[in-house]
Design a protein around this ligand. Sequence first.
Ligand code: FAD
Length: 587
Amino acid sequence: MTLARRRFDTLIIGAGGGGLRAALQLAQADARVAVVSKVFPTRSHTVAAQGGVNAALANVLPDNWHWHMFDTVKGSDYLGDQDAIEYMCRAAPRVVYELEHFGVPFSRLESGRIYQRAFGGQSRDFGGEQAVRTCAAADRTGHAILHSLYQQNIRARTHFFDEYFAIDLVKDDEGYFLGALAVDIASGEPLLIEAKTTILATGGAGQLFRTNTNALINTGDGMAMALRAGIPLQDMEFFQFHPTGIAGKGMLITEGARGEGGYLVNADGERFMERYAPNARDLASRDVVSRAIATEVREGRGVGPNRDHVLLKLDHLGADIVRKRLPGIRDMALTFLHIDPAETPIPVYPTAHYTMGGIPTDRHGQVVVPVAQGAEEPVPGLYAVGECACVSVHGANRLGGNSLLDILVFGRAAANHVIAQLGEQRYHRQMPERAAEPALARLARWERPGQGESVGALRDELARVMEDHCGVFRNEDVLREGLDKVRTLRERLQRAGIDDHSRVFNTARMEALELENLMDIAVATVTSALARTESRGAHSRIDYPERDDQRWLRHSLYNGADGSMDYKPVRMKPLTVETFPPKPRTY
Ligand SMILES: Cc1cc2nc3c(=O)[nH]c(=O)nc-3n(C[C@H](O)[C@H](O)[C@H](O)COP(=O)(O)OP(=O)(O)OC[C@H]3O[C@@H](n4cnc5c(N)ncnc54)[C@H](O)[C@@H]3O)c2cc1C
């Protein structure tokens, strides 16, 4: 059987905000661009983003990009690369105004300007009073952005392969990336998409954990594809736990709820954040608030029959504010808890939310690998943007509102870099005859009649192991045991099958491929967490409670081939301003 093939200038895998922002820039520059997505584009997970996107517009209070940069560096616990952070914060107002012109229906202030709300970790004047920096379309900002970007792409004639699952990247013997093998989920037919450049924009891996805020599709596929192609993953030990997931269920209650004036209380009715973060209180950085909630519960001050959560109070805000500024949160509380948050506090507990680590890139979105003594080199033909990438602007802890910004700024930057590359590369490189064979073999493995353990049961087990062994607080013994368990699960998956009944649906095969990806990402995450013997940002080691800049102010790199770790320096030098040197981090 001959393999179906299509050719484009650029292949983008992923139709979330990162992929669509890049696609739009390319299509508007007349590049032939294909976007592959395993779900219909507007179902990509960007659609779920609630609270907003950061930009120092100063619409409510004085602000500027340099303060935004300081907050981001401090929020990252000094692990973020300061050149990329400066680039992102400077570009922020421009990308937000672009969105406004693309048709994003931002909420408005009385003055008619874009509405902005306070979010965690934001300050004025380099660590002073709270700033108000997050531009919002009520609490449905991601929905508004994704739909506008999709419509603009349709207008610009971007070519979409909807409900196609990308299996693996394809490269030649010189290591030049030439596209990817995908499969049409409806028919099961493989398709080789050849491209002069490929951009990974496949989002995060929240499905690693049982309780999480992510969609079922967030299985770290692009990161696992990169690993299989020989590219290490950076800073995988840093997984963000959002402080306010609905307790026991995981769905997100945006930080915007605290930005609007909501606050947390324990079983004694105490505003406990005053003890943990005397200045910023409920709007301290996410890692700080998550640890505070977990500590309150561990020390017996949790709420409920099992004392296993705390409460988020919004009832003092008044029904008007809750309905106008937080309509999605109100809907969610009514649907899943049968309570109106304008009257009754919401039970919350930290929930797995965001993958800070990922595929290492520079600020042009080029995937980079270490070569010698701290130097690195771009991987020819390959880019990564958005949550699957690690550029690294979030370092050890992402600030709320900075991820939508990241996908827009670096989606655009990567596309601009690709446009320049395309100008120099008129022809497609020769695709070696057998280049797609490993990817075809991966697909074929799940066509065999099913026998052995169920894929679904293994996925559940993995999510539980990750929750128990790689959560908010970690230590050597728990991580070591966790690593043994995830490795064993990965081996068990080799012998698993999809049963005869579910085999008739290609979705069952896709779930098996996704689980293979999740297994690789789980091993990367736990291995990296075990290796980092300090506490920094979201990585909190009970056995190493202090940050150790002497030994650990460096990025980790996990190698998929042999499970080993390498390290590389943090880029401390910004583009035009002075470095923010590491300091003790208090809020
Ligand atoms: C509930 C929630 C609320 C949030 N709120 C905010 C907020 O208010 N502000 C903020 O800054 N950030 C927020 N975030 C984070 C932010 O929304 C995400 O980090 C960001 O949208 C990720 O965008 P992305 O383009 O990288 O990936 P995604 O939007 O996740 O898109 C990934 C794309 O890749 C495709 N894909 C994946 N694997 C494959 C494959 N194998 N084959 C084909 N296609 C594939 C998917 O189909 C999808 O199109 C929130 C996150 C969540 C979960």
